[in-house]
Write a protein that binds this ligand. Structure first.
Ligand SMILES: [Zn+2]
Length: 215
């Protein structure tokens, strides 16, 4: 489902008609999934100057086969309240993973995590652990790393090495960890049922979520 909005180009100031996706169902429109993953679904190109601008509109990503529903709300508590009231307790949603995210990058990351057959709560914990380890080894930039947003990039190799990306001094850095880090975190989650409970239903599972349990 799309809607038309008027947006102002960030470079030349032109007012343009922009088509935004209110919802994407990747079973009905599998071709849109590539546009979600490469981020182009969230960008509009100015016909006057060619600048690429971010579309800041709320989008619902629905993968009925993967039973994943991610709502890009841009932090709108009003929308999140409405969604919880309308969708909470629908039997068809019982087996679903339901998530709110604040930005397009986080939506893309969720899709990547679930496509890889991984759990996003465990992944947030693995990020937390990786960030802490980096902080203790990188003495000079420890403070910058401790607040840097980490993103899951991918998992590869027979041993399932996990790669994260994070910004430092204006550059993207990579951190790779063994799959054992993920497995250790999965073990910690099993011993903390309150975390799994908090992630049930529509939840925002991010660094702040994990930060409420680890200090
Ligand atoms: Zn422009």
């Amino acid at each position: 489902m799309t809607s038309q909005t008027e947006s102002t180009c960030s470079r030349c100031g032109s007012r343009c008609k922009v088509t935004a996706y209110d919802s994407v169902n990747v079973r009905e429109n599998p071709e849109l999934k590539a546009q979600v993953l490469d981020g182009s679904l969230f960008v509009w190109e100015c016909p006057h100057c060619g600048a690429r601008n971010l579309i800041r509109s709320q989008t619902l990503y629905h993968d009925p086969d993967g039973k994943l529903l991610v709502w890009l709300t841009y932090g709108s508590e009003e929308l999140e309240e409405r969604v919880r009231a309308a969708y909470g307790g629908i039997p068809e949603m019982k087996d679903y993973t339901l998530r709110f995210v604040d930005d397009a990058g986080s939506l893309i990351e969720k899709v990547k995590i679930f496509d890889a057959g991984l759990d996003d709560v465990v992944m947030e914990m693995a990020k937390y652990v990786t960030r802490m380890e980096l902080c203790s080894s990188l003495k000079d930039s420890a403070e910058a790393v401790s607040s840097a947003p980490f993103k899951f990039l991918g998992i590869d190799g027979a041993d399932g090495e996990i790669t994260f990306a994070y910004p430092l001094d204006g550059q993207m850095q990579m951190a790779a960890v063994g799959f054992n880090v993920y497995e250790d975190c999965r073990g910690i989650l099993k011993r903390n049922p309150a975390m799994a409970e908090a992630a049930a239903g529509f939840a925002k599972v991010d660094a702040a979520f994990v930060g409420r349990y680890f200090r």
